[in-house]
Design a protein around this ligand. Structure first.
Ligand SMILES: Nc1ncnc2c1ncn2[C@@H]1O[C@H](COP(=O)(O)OP(=O)(O)O)[C@@H](O)[C@H]1O
Ligand SMILES: [Mg+2]
Length: 602
């Protein structure tokens, strides 16, 4: 029956109620709207199949009562006709069931395909804060497991329940037409059946809930140890990890054994009860046939057959109850993503300036990540188009945050941020971001070749453009030394390359994008000083004509920048050239001195 699997899919955690049951129900159903034809054909096939399969016993009953009698002489030819009919019915029934299964699968997969695409697309447009506040594992699970569970609810769940419910009614009607007394006899077993089913469902569900908690722990542990493999190796934690994992895995094993034990009893016990029902039907029906002749043998057969068919839908309705619960829980989690509004949104009537020159102006900008954490305080800063400035300050001062505001990863909380004298909120978001390239502190390369990574910000770039940039940065020869040159696959996150190499490629990627505004956030912090000095020339060259903000790790690299801005605890505390700032003997001087001395110690 595969019903055990359904329990596995259910989430263990009780969900917070964000949507009322009715809203959820309407929304889940509205998904069928997109598949009117498919839904109607599935329903038609389902109904035909269930009506048809209830007709087969009637045919048998007719055969028995009309032809299987000692006094019938013409029985041979009639039996052949009835046998042939029976065969045709069986084949038709088979075809209908086949069609039902195929239609189901197709519709289900179509819906899963659509929901998964929609969810992914939605995620692409969510703002940064969503991703910093949501564990990535949860989001991934929503797009994978929850979409599957919802798909199952939509097909197996809703459609099967519809089919079972329909068969149930249909069977009861036929039974009543045949014989009221016998129908009531069949019904006597229903209360026992229901009580047993409820009793088992509770235990089975509890057992499977334990397995899900156990497997979640195993997965979480696995994920953490794989991600943290370097630390494990460095601290020789292998043994402890293995033991830890073994314990968790044992919990998982025990929970599963228990669940399998409880659930394996369910079906046989239900069958016993159904058998009890059939016994009652035989005894009472047999009595009616023999002593009162109130029932024919064919009719007795019908009741035996229908009493079994009558129990099955009741059982599956119970089983589907879990699919439904799990499906709705999943639907809720998917709708959470769908209903998420990006905190940064494009303007209603965005401006599309032909060219971004790159003048940047921050007027009394305040910024809070969360209500109680003010990260930037009254920032006033003007950068002329084509000018390079440097931001310096201690870790956590707010340098990176300023650059995030420029790309509108976040919107300023107070004050104004202008580019080319236009508020950036009014400029089309995509256009804005296309004109700003950021080389972030934590570089990320995508799995694929170096060339693909380098063209990430400007797909239409020519190979020659890429070579030019790499030549200027002194990266070209290095890339050519790799086994497959520019076609070398860097693997997920660029794990094949050193951090310094990744930084260089990330820098080249930004320059290939050819932006008007370039932001370098400690982009060469992991490159050795000699290489850094070498690429510095390349950087200076590529900065020409662009507005640029350089967040420097080593202060020696920004000596020649026309303006250095010192940030301390979210505020601008000093501004000026290297020389001016040294003479002031303030924050910058302190920072510079510390670096000089520590460099000497190095
Ligand atoms: N997504 C975030 N949510 C909340 N606080 C953050 C977030 N990102 C950074 N911060 C905080 O903002 C402050 C400034 O961070 P950042 O701009 O990255 O500093 P810097 O780049 O100067 O080292 C830090 O105190 C940091 O903890
Ligand atoms: Mg930073």
């Amino acid at each position: 029956m595969g019903w055990a699997i359904h329990y596995m899919r259910r989430e263990e955690a009780e969900r917070e109620k964000k949507y009322s049951d009715w809203t959820l129900f309407k929304r889940v159903f509205s998904i069928f709207r997109h598949y009117k034809t498919e839904t109607i054909s599935v329903m038609a096939v389902v109904l035909t199949a269930s009506v048809f399969s209830t007709l087969i016993p009637i045919l048998m009953q007719q055969t028995i009562d009309m032809f299987i009698k000692p006094d019938r002489l013409d029985f041979v030819s009639s039996l052949i006709i009835m046998g042939g009919l029976y065969l045709i019915f069986i084949v038709l029934n088979f075809i209908l069931i086949l069609a039902r299964t195929i239609f189901f699968a197709k519709l289900g997969q179509k819906m899963i395909y659509r929901i998964r695409n929609d969810t992914f697309a939605k995620l692409q447009y969510l703002s940064f804060d969503y991703f910093t506040e949501t564990e990535s594992g949860r989001t991934i699970s929503k797009v994978t497991n929850d979409v599957d569970a919802l798909g199952e609810l939509l097909t197996t769940g809703i459609i099967d329940i519809f089919a079972d419910f329909f068969s149930l009614i249909w069977i009861v009607v036929i039974m009543f037409i045949y014989d009221v007394q016998m129908t009531l006899v069949t019904f006597t077993i229903v209360p026992i059946l229901l009580i047993t089913a409820v009793f088992f469902q509770k235990r089975v569900r509890a057992a499977y809930r334990r397995t899900r908690v156990a497997i979640a722990k195993v997965t979480a542990n696995l994920q953490e140890t794989i991600t943290g493999v370097k630390v494990t190796k460095a601290l020789s934690r292998e043994e402890e990890n293995i033991e830890n994992f073994r314990d968790l895995n044992r919990e998982n094993y025990e929970a599963n054994v228990e669940a399998a034990g409880v659930s394996s009893l369910f079906i046989p016990i239900i069958q016993i009860i159904a058998g009890l029902g059939s016994t009652l039907v035989i005894i009472f029906g047999g009595y009616l046939v023999i002593t009162k002749q109130a029932l024919t043998i064919g009719e007795l057969y019908i009741f035996l057959e229908y009493s079994n068919r009558f129990f099955m839908p009741i059982i599956s309705l119970f089983t589907f109850y879990t699919i439904i619960q799990s499906g709705f829980a999943s639907a809720e989690r998917i709708f959470e993503i769908m209903d998420e509004t990006p905190s940064v949104q494009n303007a209603k009537d965005p401006l599309y300036p032909k060219q971004i020159k790159g003048k940047i102006e921050l007027n009394s900008v305040d910024f809070f990540y969360t209500e109680d954490v003010q990260v930037l305080k009254n920032i006033n800063l003007t950068i002329d188009s084509g000018q390079s400035i440097a931001l310096v300050g201690q870790t956590g001062a707010g340098k990176t945050t300023i650059t995030k505001l420029l790309s509108r990863y976040y919107d300023v909380t107070k004050g104004k941020l202008l580019i080319d004298n236009t508020e950036i909120k009014k400029i089309d978001l995509e256009l804005l971001r296309k004109n700003i390239a950021v080389v972030p502190q934590d570089v990320y390369l995508f799995s694929g070749t170096i060339m693909e990574n380098l063209k990430f910000g400007r797909k239409e770039a020519e190979d020659q453009d890429v070579f030019d940039v790499c030549l200027v940065l002194g990266l070209h020869d290095y890339i050519l030394q790799l086994p497959e040159g520019y076609e070398t696959d860097v693997k997920e996150g660029g794990s094949r390359l050193s951090l310094g190499q990744r930084q260089l490629i990330s820098l080249a990627r930004a320059i290939v994008a050819n932006p008007s505004i370039l932001i370098l956030d400690e982009c060469s912090s992991s490159v050795d000083p000699i290489t850094e000095a070498l690429i510095q020339k390349g950087i200076n060259y590529t900065l020409r004509g662009r507005t640029s903000i350089i967040i420097a790790h080593r202060l020696s690299t920004i000596k020649n920048v026309s303006k250095i801005v010192v940030i301390d605890d979210g505020e601008i505390v000093e501004e000026g050239t290297h020389q001016e700032l040294l003479e002031r003997k303030g924050k910058y001087y302190d920072l510079y001195e510390t670096q000089l001395t520590s460099n000497i110690v190095e």
